[in-house]
Write a protein that binds this ligand. Structure first.
Ligand code: GDP
Ligand code: IMO
Ligand code: MG
Length: 423
């Protein structure tokens, strides 16, 4: 069977966790392909609200094989904390395989992430401070430690010595911080190695063999298109490739294996951290979206910036990811509004832009061109079919579909599994 990819089309937190969990019924394997525990995917199932950071969103389903593929950066402490969290709800022996090639977040990555942000001051990126960027930096610089190094702590120590030699100079001489002690790290990571070594495997092979055997494989993206290191709002991005192309690199499967690419579109837009956001509403409208939508970071608890849906970004996400369908989430959050706006273009210096401007200064400074639609002002959280939605809500969905040029196959009107309808 071909693989399916789930992609965030905005700046993350579109509801990827909910949609992944919803699709999990039909899947045999669910794979995370990039990012790290900067992700926060909420799954509400069997009476539990789980906030998953590294574990794929199918981990609660006994029939699913969960895979953490090579494109991730893994903080073993965070991973073990999540394994302990699911143990508490009765999943003590999850069917989980962790790529031997994934990179390890080390204590100095966290320190360097936070120190660099502090140094940037007002210009900070607003990272999660979890060491994601510095770990990917070391991967590209070829000085990273990988999951497989946990299998031989002698080699682990040799690599750590080389890394610390340089990192400690940066920590002490540039940032005036305490050095990281090698013995403390060895002690800490030896415990992690003992806990994780039975789960380490060749995930590219595992995934390809599953596909060969006709299994349904879902590749669960983290972050979103606009946080992509190449195509997002650089430098206000994460350090990996959340877009569809990143799924093949991060897993080691061929692009010809992929058939469905589902873009998750939140019915409005949110962003955590710094950077441009043309449709942001720093007013009562944004406040209302935040409070009705519960828009506070799953990982850091920070209030999310909120604004109207951006059709320019939507078209950009369709193009970059080759979306075959869309899952529209959080439509219920727009229920209180008398009118609803969608940006269909931008204006800057007398020029109209219908597509993503290729000079970011324009994107920073542009004014959105809005279409305004009638709201429905009715509770839709219990509606189970598209036909039963108020006509204004149907019109909004149809307008989004028209802008995207891709079918909206799924609509979510609440955080629970049951609050989902197919079209
Ligand atoms: P992700 O990072 O893309 O998985 O999204 P998050 O889990 O960080 O944020 C989405 C939030 O919205 C979570 O709290 C979900 O439980 C919630 N959610 C998902 N879909 C819906 C929906 O259709 N309506 C409402 N009201 N909440 C939703
Ligand atoms: P999910 O998977 C929203 C943002 C951070 C910051 C930028 C860089 O839940 O959608 P990083 O720590 O990655 O170096 O921070 O990226 N960011 C997210 N925003 N949802 C996420 O993940 C995010 N992961 C990172 O807030 O602006
Ligand atoms: Mg999230």
């Amino acid at each position: 069977m071909p693989a399916t990819i789930i992609i965030g089309t905005q700046w993350g937190d579109e509801g990827k966790g909910k949609v992944t969990d919803w699709l999990a019924n039909d899947m045999d394997m669910i794979v995370r392909y990039q990012g790290g525990h900067n992700a926060g995917h909420t799954v509400i199932a069997e009476g539990h609200e789980l906030k998953l950071h590294l574990l794929p969103s199918g981990i609660l389903r006994p029939h699913i094989t969960s895979v953490i593929a090579s494109g991730l950066v893994i903080d073993p402490k965070a991973l073990i904390a999540e394994l302990d969290q699911i143990k508490e709800i009765g999943i003590s022996d999850p069917n989980l395989i962790i790529s031997s090639n994934a990179h390890l977040i080390m204590p100095y990555h966290r320190l360097l992430d936070q120190a660099a942000e502090f140094k940037l001051g007002k210009s900070k990126i607003g990272t999660t401070g979890l060491g994601i960027g510095p770990c990917y930096t070391d991967k590209a610089s070829r000085v990273g430690l990988r999951v497989q190094d946990l299998l031989d702590m002698k080699i682990f120590r040799e690599k750590l010595e080389v890394a610390l030699d340089f990192k400690n100079q940066v920590l002490t001489k540039i940032y005036g911080m305490e050095p990281v002690e090698i013995d403390a790290v060895m002690d800490e990571y030896s415990v992690y190695a003992d806990r994780l070594k039975g789960m380490i495997g060749d995930t590219s092979r595992v995934i390809n063999e599953a596909l060969d055997a006709g299994k349904n494989v879902l590749l669960e993206g983290a972050q979103g298109t606009m946080l992509d290191i190449d195509h997002g709002t650089y430098p206000f991005v994460t350090s990996s490739s959340p877009i569809a192309g990143g799924a093949c690199i991060g897993t080691g499967i061929s692009p010809i294996r992929v058939k469905r690419i589902i873009g998750i579109v939140k019915a409005y837009t949110t962003r955590v951290g710094s950077g441009p956001f043309p449709t942001e509403q720093e007013n009562d409208t944004g406040e209302a979206m935040r409070s009705v939508g519960g828009e506070f970071g799953t990982t850091t608890g920070r209030p999310r910036r909120c604004g109207w849906l951006d059709g320019v970004i939507l078209k950009y996400a369709v193009r970059l990811n080759g979306l075959t369908e869309i899952a529209l989430t959080k439509l219920d959050v727009l229920s209180p509004f008398e009118t609803i706006k969608i940006a269909v273009g931008y204006k800057h210096d007398g020029v109209v832009y219908e597509h993503m401007p290729n000079h970011q200064t324009v994107f920073h400074k542009c004014t959105p061109i809005y279409e305004e639609m009638e709201g429905w002002q009715a509770d839709i959280s219990g509606v189970t079919s598209f036909e039963k939605l108020p006509k204004q809500a149907r019109a909004y969905v149809e307008r989004i579909q028209e802008i995207a040029g891709v079918p909206i196959a799924m609509i979510s009107v609440g955080p629970n599994r049951t609050q989902t309808m197919l079209r």
